[in-house]
Each structure stands twice: as C-alpha cells, then as structure tokens.
Write a protein that binds this ligand. Structure first.
Ligand code: 2AM
Ligand code: CA
Length: 261
C-alpha cells in the first residue's frame, strides 16, 4: 500500500508539469557545465531539481531523495525514496532539440509505486501507480501488439557518457537494424520508455543508464503491459545503474537473444 494519496499524486504531477515548463522557456537556458565527456548540467537541471526537492520534502517528509544533480547520500532501499531526473535529455535541451523530460518516481519497499514523466514541448504527461494502469494526459495507454522482430521499431541508445561501451552498443544497434523494421535514437531514455508504454516503439535498449533515467518509465511500461529488465533479462536496481531493455513483452525474449549476439 503506497503512502502517497490520490491528492498527493495530483499535487506532485502539477509540480512536475510546472517545472517541466522551464525546459521550454526560450530564455531559460543560461549556463552549461561539463560534468564529464558528453555529460552536462545546466542551470535548468539545477533549478528543476531544487524546486522539486524542496516541494517533495514538504509534502512527504518520510521519503528520502535521490536526484541526479544533488548530493548522493546513502539510500535505505527498505524505506521510501524519490528518484528524480530533473532534465532527462540534457544534450537535447542544450541543442534545443525539443525532446527532453522531467522524470520522477517514488520507490516503496524496494519497488517503484508511482512514476511520472512530463514532456513539456508536446505537453504530454505520462504517469502510473502500481496496479492501476498507465496513462498519458489521463487517457489509458497500452504497449503495442507487435509479435515479430521484423515488424518492430526499436530505439537504441548510444551511451554517450560511456564511450568504452560504444562498440558493443553500435554492434547491437546494427543487429537490431538488420532484424527489425528500423532503429531510432532519441537521446531521452525516460521518453523512450514512455513511447514503448504507449506503443509508438516496440522496444528500447541502452547499455548503461542511471536509475533516475529509468525508474519512472519502468513502472509506466509495466503498467502498460510491457517489460523492463537488464538486457539479459535480470531485474534492474533502483540505486545502481546498468543496461536496460524495455519491450512490449512479446518481443522481450527475442530481443534478449538478439542482444546476446
Ligand atoms: P541525461 O540527459 O539525464 O544525462 C541518452 O543516451 C540517455 O542517456 C539520456 O536519457 C541521458 O540522460 C542518459 N545518460 C545517462 N548517463 C549519461 C551520461 N553520462 N552522459 C550522457 N547521457 C547519459
Ligand atoms: Ca539528467
């Protein structure tokens, strides 16, 4: 049983939508700082995280907080914790590619019980609570019914922050391209997951992501009838990063085999 009431869920979604609008402010982006190779933080990332961290601390003082841009204290996974990516798709934001999102999840008893991903440019807000289905702007969504790899459209990430994994990632992308209808690469993992959830994509794979990239999308895909695991089918951690494979369920095993090589 989640400690988050219906009213709290509505409030949190309003805050995430409000913060999401800052991504689409034409004068909002002022500073870009490199954290590592192809890994950036902007004033927008910091402002969104600060805003949501403060609001959530007031609303749910019983929950811990794990955010991409903040201090990473130890998380007790047996107690509730928020998992926030204030801007998923920061490289897209920097290039005004208009494909980024705010991604927020609540984990309770070691599993995600609530997830929300807001895309300010299209004004699409994806959300799910465990056991209650997945929604986009309030309408129920489902994964695709695609049964054959040959009919599948699959998004494949390029792991920009882990160039050591590039050969493997591009090798997998080529195998997906050879066996499926086509590949896509969008640069925003949380939205890739939501697009699997609503059937625009049949699958998504990336060799290394952080929990804040996939925690919310994981629940949204599962509640829409799909599956999210590590590329070998193992369960994902909510505190340590790793590879991610999402699918409509029907293509999960074929994609696992395809990724094995
Ligand atoms: P980010 O924009 O929040 O960093 C792009 O392949 C996807 O990988 C995005 O969702 C991006 O999230 C994520 N990602 C995770 N770690 C990254 C890193 N070190 N550098 C770039 N993208 C990273
Ligand atoms: Ca981010």
């Amino acid at each position: 049983m989640s400690r988050l009431t219906e009213e709290m869920v509505r409030q949190v979604i309003r805050w995430v939508e409000e913060a999401g609008d800052w991504l689409d402010d034409p004068n909002g982006l002022r500073t870009v700082t490199a954290k590592g190779r192809a890994d950036f933080v902007t004033n927008v990332d910091v402002a969104v995280e600060e805003f949501l961290r403060r609001r959530l601390a007031g609303l749910t003082p019983w929950a811990q907080f794990l955010g991409e841009e903040g201090e990473k204290g130890p998380i007790d996974v047996t107690r509730p914790f928020w998992i926030l990516d204030p801007v998923d798709g920061t490289t897209n934001l920097i290039h005004r590619f208009r494909h980024s999102a705010v991604s927020l999840a609540l984990a309770e008893d070691g599993a995600v019980t609530f997830g929300v991903v807001c895309q300010p440019y299209t004004r699409e807000c994806f959300a799910a609570r465990r056991g209650e289905g997945a929604f986009c702007n309030g309408g129920l969504i489902r994964v695709s019914g695609t049964e054959r790899l040959a009919d599948g459209l699959v998004s494949a990430g390029t792991v920009p922050g882990r160039r050591d994994l590039a050969d493997g990632a591009f090798g997998q992308m080529r195998r997906i391209y050879d066996r499926c209808q086509d590949v896509r690469r969008t640069g925003c993992a949380s939205l890739d997951l939501c697009w699997v959830a609503c059937g625009r994509l049949d699958g998504f794979v990336e060799q290394f992501l952080q929990p804040w990239d996939y925690a919310a999308g994981l629940l949204i895909v599962e509640e829409a009838g799909g599956r999210v695991t590590a590329p070998d089918g193992a369960p994902l951690s909510l505190v340590r990063g790793g590879g991610v494979l999402a699918s409509n369920g029907k293509l999960h095993l074929p994609l696992t085999r395809l990724l094995e090589g």
